[in-house]
Design a protein around this ligand. Structure first.
Ligand SMILES: Nc1ncnc2c1ncn2[C@@H]1O[C@H](COP(=O)(O)OP(=O)(O)OP(=O)(O)O)[C@@H](O)[C@H]1O
Length: 650
């Protein structure tokens, strides 16, 4: 893949001087704002950053002190050599320089530890903010937006950022400020010991050199940011190659080499764009460094000539050379400069997330408090079985182009059991996500208990809904915790947990488990155990039952018997669905033997309800539902005949 590696030129033809000046001011202002933003990130960690400032103050003083001490030592040495001072007078500057070096060594180590600690805390805070933003919007649409995923990955520093992160950028910015202060101190030594003009020239040459180099590194950071999606894709394949859930298929199908090749190709595509930019940078940087070295080296000839003429004592000459050397250090981009450029991307990503997803717009690090829509309600107030009505409901996924729900009209009556059936992809799961308030309709109206469900009401409504999803979560927690997670404020209700487990048929699991309900459901925890697919599904059912018992007014079951054996499936309706009181139930299933017992059945085709009624009514209507039912019944009868069983379903 080829990549444009040069810094972007302004769009729209040659710019006028006024344009250029305006752009320069805008860029400088935004640079200053970003840098101050980084400092504020570090400053939010008050106590530790105060200590860090003290250490850095010392570090900033060291270059000027070293230059002065060296000059002092050389003065002593030359004096001793010519017999003008006693050799013992050399001891003081030597001892001072040694003490300086020892103190510097100790404080540098302390500074490094403080920086690591501060960076870790800043990173953790950024991750917390991203998590809050992820759960703040009332629906889930943002989670399917690639821009959100990229910015969230960038801001919370997952993956590569473990080396460079917002935290390392923040402490790097702090360190850089004091490096500049140190350079100013060294320039002051040059000015005092020899010439203010030379000090100013040295500083200017170094700053211009730095600005030129920085321009290229900023470009590299931009290239990285633009390619974040590529890196995320490559990381996905890394995870598939090395992590648990996909490992079974990868081994069984012998996919390992294919996955590694795929990952390598994606990674190389991404890396090539970065490397080509880096190569260009190194070429440009070589020229810039050479020019700067020539300019600064020539400037240093001046004190040399002055010393040769006898106008500058040897001690002062050494102080000037050491100080000038220290000033040179800021010409090059130190480690912190790369940390900063990288981390600025994270800070900007955070700002974009804040702006787009309900941030306060406050400064990064100010610890903006967001509404925690994803947080469980303290206690759900039972309002009685819910009634839902959809009128002309339309829904298109954020990343999709087609209407998945397409002008659907349907009422789910208070307290009834409504079954949704239909072919794969008909839109059943999508519809229940709308019913559960996880997405808002693209058009049409959805009412809950007669009230229009909008963004403002979605979170409150979700607190009244319990769902068993097709892809339910498997928490590596105890059996009791797995059940009570749907109403954690009732975790103490041990009898309720047991009752839910009995209804879902997993009470025997607790009896057999080594620690009863405290058995951890994870094979990689000491004393823990894993469950079969069907057992996990029963845990998910128990979780939903527990939620309904604690006040949820709508229970949604999406393929709740998909993993269950024949006996459990036959038992499911009687033990779970028929026992629900005080909640409306929406049940999705392809197993029409389960569905037929529902109060009403709605058939979905291409995002619309095409048939509805009781099982009997639908059979009498002899439409698509009747055809599907006969098809399943025929298979069932056929199997029974072959296995010698008697009877056929009605
Ligand atoms: N997050 C998504 N983004 C874009 N399209 C999606 C998304 N989720 C589902 N779809 C599309 O929506 C359509 C309906 O999917 P849905 O899961 O609602 O069907 P379903 O009726 O529940 O199917 P099944 O019986 O197989 O579970 C499918 O064509 C699918 O490709």
């Amino acid at each position: 893949m080829s990549a444009d590696t040069s810094p972007p030129s302004p769009p729209g033809g040659p710019a006028t001087t006024t344009d250029r000046r305006a752009r320069w001011w805008t860029a400088s202002w935004s640079l200053l704002r970003d840098r101050v933003g980084l400092l504020r990130l570090a400053a939010a960690e008050r106590h530790v950053s105060a200590l860090l400032v003290l250490v850095h103050l010392w570090t900033a003083a060291v270059p000027a002190l070293t230059a002065t001490g060296t000059g002092w030592l050389v003065t002593g040495l030359t004096g001793a050599a010519t017999g003008r001072v006693t050799a013992s007078e050399v001891t003081w500057p030597l001892a001072s320089l040694s003490a300086l070096l020892v103190a510097d060594e100790i404080l540098t180590s302390v500074g490094r530890a403080l920086e690591q600690y501060t960076a870790g805390r800043v990173d953790a805070r950024m991750r917390r903010r991203v998590r809050r933003l992820a759960v703040a919007p009332p629906t889930m649409a943002h989670l399917e937006d690639p821009a959100f995923a990229d910015d969230a990955a960038r801001a919370s520093d997952v993956g590569e950022g473990r080396v460079r992160s917002p935290g390392t950028a923040a402490v790097g910015q702090l360190r850089l400020c004091f490096r500049f202060l140190g350079a100013l101190g060294s320039a002051a030594v040059v000015a005092l010991a020899f010439s203010p003009a030379l000090a100013v020239v040295l500083l200017l040459v170094c700053l211009v050199n730095r600005a030129l180099i920085r321009r290229w590194w900023v470009h590299l950071a931009d290239v990285r940011d633009e390619r974040e999606g590529m890196r995320r894709r490559a990381e996905y394949w890394s995870d598939v190659a090395s992590t648990g859930p996909a490992a079974k298929e990868v081994r069984l199908f012998g996919l390992h080499d294919w996955v590694v090749r795929r990952r390598t190709r994606e990674l190389l595509d991404w890396a090539e764009t970065i490397w080509s930019t880096r190569r260009e940078i190194l070429r440009q940087q070589g020229w810039i460094a050479l020019l700067a070295a020539v300019a600064a080296g020539s400037a240093l000839l001046l004190p040399g000539w002055a010393a040769a003429r006898g106008d500058l004592p040897a001690g002062d000459l050494m102080a000037v050379i050491v100080a000038a050397w220290n000033v040179f250090q800021i010409a090059s981009m130190g480690r912190e400069a790369f940390d900063i450029e990288y981390g600025l991307g994270a800070v900007r990503a955070m700002e974009r997330l804040d702006a787009a997803h309900g941030g306060t717009g406050g400064p990064p690090g100010a610890g903006a408090v967001h509404r925690r829509a994803g947080a469980p309600a303290a206690a759900v107030e039972r309002r009685g079985p819910a009634e839902l009505s959809a009128e002309g409901l339309v829904f298109t996924y954020p990343a999709g182009r087609h209407r998945i729900v397409d002008g659907l009209d349907l009422t789910v009556r208070r307290g009834e059991v409504l079954a949704l059936v239909g072919h794969n992809g008909a839109g059943k799961t999508t519809l229940i996500k709308l019913f559960a308030g996880l997405y808002l309709p693209t058009a049409g109206r959805l009412r809950v208990d007669g009230e229009l469900l909008d963004e403002a009401g979605a979170a409150a409504w979700r607190a009244r809904v319990a769902v068993v999803f097709q892809e339910f979560n498997r928490y590596p927690l105890s059996l009791a915790d797995n059940i009570a997670l749907s109403a954690p404020e009732h975790r103490h209700d041990e009898e309720g947990i047991r009752a839910a487990a009995r209804r879902a048929g997993i009470d025997t699991l607790a009896e057999r488990g080594p620690d009863g309900y405290d058995t951890v459901l994870s094979a990689d925890r000491a004393g823990g155990t894993d469950l079969s697919g069907g057992q996990w599904q029963r845990v998910a059912i128990a979780r939903a039952v527990f939620a309904v018992e604690h006040g949820r007014d709508l229970l949604v079951l999406d393929e709740p018997t998909a993993h269950l054996d024949v006996h459990a499936e036959a038992d499911f309706y009687r033990r779970v669905v028929a026992e629900i009181s005080g909640a409306t139930v929406v049940l999705i299933s392809h197993r029409l033997s389960t569905v037929r017992q529902a109060d009403r059945i709605a058939l979905l085709e291409a995002g619309r309800v095409t048939e509805q009624g009781t099982h009997r009514q639908l059979l009498d209507a002899d439409g698509e539902y009747a055809r599907l039912f006969r098809l399943q019944a025929a298979r069932f009868t056929d199997t029974r005949h072959r296995t010698g069983e008697r009877g056929a379903p009605r």
